[in-house]
Design a protein around this ligand. Structure first.
Ligand code: BG6
Length: 475
């Protein structure tokens, strides 16, 4: 399997425009603008690159540039001239996404910007807007002709869609059918930014580039797997989006299930988007049906008084589900997926717990002596392998030891790990869909999640204290 060619060489692609719908919103300001600046400063954007912000607020080019300057100040120390140069690539259009005439104005704006680039540019349309606007924007983009490439050879067009992609099986299917009608699959980039996290990309490399681990990656040797996505933050400021969505749809349907897919998938055989996406979808398509004993949901105390949240809200801010896979490799191995807001700590990790060896030379009865591999997705990105070694001295015995690797260790304290959104934007420009979810993956994920949402409607919603480990219930 060959790694992709994204190493140290900056790209020089053909002229490209990125149109951001929702340009003044939280995602755009917090993630997209910094990611674009880092790519720009490192030379990873095409030389002719223009960013066109579209939002309702009437702030003009200068207002948009000064918003961006403010956001970028903390990242641009020592890079002041790059910052000023970067800002010259930003223009802005105040427009209401729901009105057809906005797309005529957008078309005029893009033609004008394209004029400054000297030739037909590729166009990326990024929907950084609430999901309720997706359908209108998709339709208007297609109807207005904005997504028609300039020719067969130049000026490709692509749409980038944020999650949540639908609300359940039915709505996701409807949205996907519409997308499929308006665009070709190679134009559609469905974002799950977890796939683009550095340490998560390493799971495949670790599994399939080392002879040590893959032979034992199955139910004969593995006891269970835990996938944890803990957040200490509350829903702060996002209550009106979050309420009614809940933790399972917000991070379970996408991030947690994609982690499961990567840890459990079969070797795709080659590094191609088609094969890797197929292999991920295959895992998600083989999750066994669950029953109520497999699911727990909770809500932190104080959630109902968050801004934008209903006083009787039954939305979960925590879930723990036990899944199993119907496959030869994984028969009988439970996968626990757990996530919550307002927990004691923020960490995302996958731990693979091995069974104790058969005929173990273990000296402590009752102790399982299993090995554990931990993929630390964040913080302190890296991998730890726990194993057992002889305790030195005359008293017999074993003790746990660790082999640990960190992306940021003492030998490389200044290594900057690119943010997932840098990867998302870079790959979208390059047309690489490996880290984007396919229609099959999205639909398979909803087929797992929708029955759980049904299943737990009549189950208790356990309260838990903010800042703790989640609901205190028998596990
Ligand atoms: C987003 C969810 O997709 O992922 C948020 O909507 C969550 O609720 C976030 O906080 C977590 O992402 P990260 O990159 O901060 O771990």
């Amino acid at each position: 399997m060959q790694p992709r060619n994204v190493g140290g060489t900056p790209v020089v692609g053909s002229p490209t425009m990125l149109v951001i719908f929702g340009a003044t919103g939280d995602l755009s300001q917090r993630k997209l603008i910094p990611a674009l600046f880092h790519l720009f400063a490192a030379g990873y954007l095409p030389q002719a690159f223009q960013i066109v912000g579209v939002s309702r607020r009437d702030i003009g080019d200068a207002g948009y540039q000064s918003l961006a300057r403010e956001v970028l100040l903390p990242f641009s120390l020592g890079k002041e001239s790059e910052l000023e140069q970067f800002l010259t690539h930003l223009t802005y259009l105040a427009a209401d996404f729901s009105k057809p005439e906005s797309y005529e104005r957008l078309s005029d704006h893009l033609i004008a910007v394209e004029g400054t680039m000297g030739q037909c540019a590729n166009k990326l349309f990024y929907l950084a807007v609430p999901p309720a606007s997706y359908e209108t924007i998709f339709r208007e983009l297609a109807d207005s002709g904005l997504t028609i490439p300039c020719s067969d050879e130049t000026g490709w067009t692509r749409v980038l869609v944020e999650k949540p992609f639908g609300n359940d099986n039915e709505t996701a299917q409807k949205l996907d059918a519409l997308l499929g009608l308006l665009f070709k699959e190679d134009q559609i980039f469905r974002i799950d930014h977890y796939l683009a996290k550095e340490a998560l990309q390493d799971v495949l490399m670790f599994r399939f580039s080392n002879a040590l681990f893959e032979p034992v990656w199955n139910s004969e040797y593995i006891d269970h797997v835990e996938i944890k996505l803990y957040e200490s933050a509350r829903v702060s400021g996002r209550g009106s989006f979050y309420d009614g969505v809940g933790a399972l749809r917000d991070v379970g349907q996408n991030h947690a299930l994609q982690m499961l897919a990567l840890i459990a998938m079969e070797n795709p055989g080659m590094f191609s988007a088609e094969r890797i996406r197929e292999a991920r979808a295959h895992v998600l398509g083989h999750v066994a049906p669950l029953d109520t004993a497999d699911v727990v949901r909770g809500q932190y105390d104080g959630y109902r008084i968050e801004e934008g949240v209903g006083p009787d809200s039954m939305t979960e801010t925590y879930f723990r589900i036990k899944l199993s896979l119907e496959s030869e490799r994984w028969r009988g191995v439970p996968f626990y997926l757990e996530s919550g807001k307002a927990l004691a700590e923020s960490k995302t990790e996958i731990t693979v717990h091995f069974k104790a060896p058969k005929d173990c030379l273990c000296d402590m009865p009752g102790h399982d002596h299993g090995n554990v591999i931990t993929f630390r997705i964040q913080p302190n990105e890296g991998i730890t392998v726990l194993f057992w070694a002889r305790r030195s001295g005359f008293a017999p015995g074993l003790e746990p030891k660790q082999l640990s690797f960190s992306y940021r260790d003492e030998s490389a304290p200044l290594v900057r790990i690119p943010d997932a959104y840098e990867r998302v934007l870079y790959d979208a420009v390059m047309g690489d869909q490996i880290l984007f979810t396919s229609t099959d993956e999205v639909m398979a994920a909803w087929r797992i999640i929708t029955p759980i949402l049904e299943l737990w409607k009549n189950e208790p919603l356990h309260a838990y204290e903010a800042g703790n480990a989640g609901p205190k219930i028998e596990r």
